[in-house]
Design a protein around this ligand. Sequence first.
Ligand code: VTB
Length: 328
Amino acid sequence: MAAKKKVMDRVLTLELVRVTERAAIAAAMMRGRGDEKAADQAAVDAMRNELNRLEIRGQVVIGEGERDEAPMLYIGEKVGAGKGPELDIALDPLEGTTICAKNLPNALAVIALTHRGGLLNAPDVYMDKIAVGPGFPDELVDLEMPPQEAIKRVATEKGVKPHQVSACILDRPRHAKLIEAVRKTGCAIRLIGDGDVAGIIHATDPETTGIDIYLGVGGAPEGVLAAAAQRCIGGQMQGRLILDTDEKRARAERMGIDDPSRIYSTEDMASGDVLFSATGVTDGNLLDGVRFGHGVTTTHTIVTRSHTGTQRWVRTRHQVGETFEFVD
Ligand code: VTB
């Protein structure tokens, strides 16, 4: 029997913008200061305050870490005003703490909401990921095929040569072989220091970002957040947890993962009516960073919803006055 389709109250879409805007502004006040922890803390505090104003009964599924290691926005924390729909939440108040501390491109404040049970409870381990944007035939690329094959398929579908395709990969020693294999095809690689949520979102809009495909191993929680974005924007993504020790396998099992080698589709990681919002902290390829002006702070956000596929690009001018107090 088909499950009853649960649809979010669309008013929440704009509420979510407020949540990532506040987190991004708080992080941006700390950007470029070389202090990752302080930037992260500021973003966490701001996001939590704003989330607790929403009329939802939310539960953090992907958050700042386990309860004993994260005082706020930990996995399992209840958030929201305590009335309204029961929702699961994936969040990263500052995705790219190092990027923010160095004021490099593409640090984001991100959040995704869906119905209870709609997000993969991913442990904080690595995940192998592959993603392309919308407009390609289903199952064009997957994690089982050699990366060279994935690049060739993207090239063929776009009607270009492999050397005209661009891939985004985290710049890590663990990717040496992957990078070598992809370079053999002639494909251009954009190596990023951090921030694979942004990297995967970039693959959804190659015309703007110049990125056609995302490949490689990053954090599993970031994988779920990226999958939520992909669900809304319509791209394809696969993820496979890297559970290479008994300890990690046991941890995953405790979180309900019974098949350690399972390949997750976008929908396996984020199902139902998903809402996703990301605000730029530092300037990026898709989103501008926060701008501080005379009594006005400007933010740039993408907010999207899987039920309709609508994407809103929201540029907000916050009247903050000289004291930097928000008028609520
Ligand atoms: C990525 C990236 C994050 O962690 O998931 C990455 O999105 C993976 O972990 O911004 P390693 O740094 O251990 O490679 C981040 O870079 C955050 O640390």
